[in-house]
Design a protein around this ligand. Structure first.
Ligand code: FAD
Ligand code: UDP
Length: 399
């Protein structure tokens, strides 16, 4: 008995237009095993894959790393959820975003209150009455304001042109020297007067006794870690780990009608105009043979002379559990070269112009959407990633 292809070929041979059309359609559906190929199993890719799959679309996810979850990957070590790519605290002001992520996990009530260590003493962050009391010995908001405003006035900065001027115009020179200057220089590998002011603008300055690092209405950490969220999102979806799209492009392009690409946009275009610049990080993890190390989740080291920027003690992201040993990570900021892990985009004028050229190329491509922090060359918190991924799904489904 002839198979379906032989049968169709025979019919096509009759050269009637209707059969040619049928043959074409049949072939197309054979070529595209999937409706969508999602490149990257980070938060952005996982949400897009989940929502498209939920609507009945056939989705394949490829991920070049050996694990799911991208940079929000958490791994259990000695019963502790370790944040492998830096501490991740979910926070948002949008109830719909909070409700969305709460479908996939129960979040605890963790509030981020990092401490800063400078020359043998601890200071509260973000800059608030506790910090002002510790630095200046002042007790009331009016005293603190008077002290800081005097320093700002003496610095005589009219319109801050760089991070140093912006920081001084926010908190004065003393706090800038103690808690900002060294940390920022380590973090970015550049002096503060060579950096744009916007980097520091996201830190709150409060004349109240409030150590909450964020101003958002909703905040927490998923109990059981972030990886479990991504696993839940990708349930029932075909996923291939250890698969780099760029190295398997020819075969993968044939698999789906549309690609959602969450890797680096310049790498997608083979660095045609040159590489976009990033700052990288190095994480050094240690198991400490005692139940506690620093008594706190995150401590920033603001002196330039101490080589790491912060120490994270992971057990405090899920407080209340008893552990015999504790796991810490020392985080070092480092220069980035093509091929290194990309963490913080250098969104200066040069790189923004370069990115705009890649966007132009991307707009010329049909059937591909770029998303996520790497695909759009932006530092986005997780809440923004959730919103942007859902927006992309809506636009794909209404095309
Ligand atoms: P990613 O998580 O990077 O996922 C992209 C995935 O694509 C990766 O797994 C990558 O391996 C894969 N990929 C890339 N190229 C290819 C390819 N060619 N083929 C196959 N796979 C590919 N946000 C917060 O809200 N709160 C925080 O406390 C917070 N802390 C942070 C701390 C640090 C140190 C950093 C750097 C970021 C932090 N963020 C935080 C931001 C958060 O990490 C991001 O919002 C989130 O990870 C972005 O998800 P994504 O899917 O866009 O990117
Ligand atoms: N910052 C600082 N001291 C600190 C914490 C932050 O000077 O103890 C500055 C630094 O320039 C940093 C910016 O504030 O890049 C934004 O801090 P955030 O915590 O948002 O991000 P980070 O870059 O530390 O991950």
């Amino acid at each position: 008995m002839p198979n379906i292809m032989e049968f169709v070929c025979e019919l096509v041979n009759t050269k009637t237009e209707g059969f040619k059309c049928f043959f074409l359609l049949y072939n197309m559906s054979m070529i595209n095993e999937y409706d969508y190929l999602v490149v990257g199993a980070g938060l952005f890719g996982a949400i897009v894959a989940h929502e498209l799959h939920k609507k009945g679309h056939r989705v394949l996810v490829v991920e070049k790393r050996s694990h799911l979850a991208g940079n929000i990957y958490t791994e259990e070590v000695l019963g502790i959820q370790v944040h492998k790519y830096g501490p991740h605290i979910f926070h948002t002001n949008k109830k719909e975003v909070w409700d969305y992520v709460n479908q996939f996990a129960t979040f605890n009530d963790f509030i981020n209150m990092p401490l800063a260590y400078y020359k043998g003493k601890y200071y509260n962050l973000p800059f608030n009455m506790h910090t002002f009391e510790q630095v200046f010995g002042v007790k009331s908001p009016s005293e603190a304001k008077a002290r800081i405003e005097k320093e700002i006035k003496e610095a005589n900065i009219i319109a801050p042109k760089n991070l140093e001027e912006k920081a001084i115009s926010m908190v004065g020179t003393t706090i800038y020297e103690m808690l900002i200057k060294g940390y920022t220089q380590k973090q970015w590998g550049k002096a503060c007067d060579e950096l744009p002011p916007f980097i520091i603008s996201r830190l709150p300055v409060r004349y109240t006794y409030d150590n909450n690092y964020f101003n958002d209405a909703y905040q927490g950490i998923p109990i059981g870690g972030y990886t479990a969220i991504i696993e839940k999102m990708l349930q029932g979806i075909d996923v291939r780990l250890n698969t780099d799209y760029i190295n398997n492009r020819q075969a993968l392009d044939k698999k789906a009608k549309h690609i959602i690409y969450t890797g680096e946009i310049d790498r997608f275009f083979e660095y045609e105009f040159g590489a976009l610049e990033w700052r990288s990080l190095r994480f050094v993890e240690e198991v400490i043979d005692q139940p506690d190390y620093q008594g706190h989740a995150v401590i920033n080291y603001t002196e330039y002379e101490i080589p790491y920027t912060r120490i994270v003690e992971h057990q405090y992201f899920e407080p209340g559990l008893k552990h015999e040993k504790t796991v810490i990570t020392k985080e070092y900021s480092s220069a980035w070269r093509v091929g290194d892990e990309a963490y913080y985009p250098i969104n200066d004028e040069k790189n923004s112009a370069l990115y705009a050229r890649y966007v132009k190329l991307a707009l010329e491509r049909e059937n591909i959407s770029f998303g996520g922090r790497l695909g759009t060359y932006a530092y986005y918190n997780m809440d923004v990633i959730v919103e942007k991924a859902l927006q992309l799904v809506t636009s794909l489904l209404t095309e």
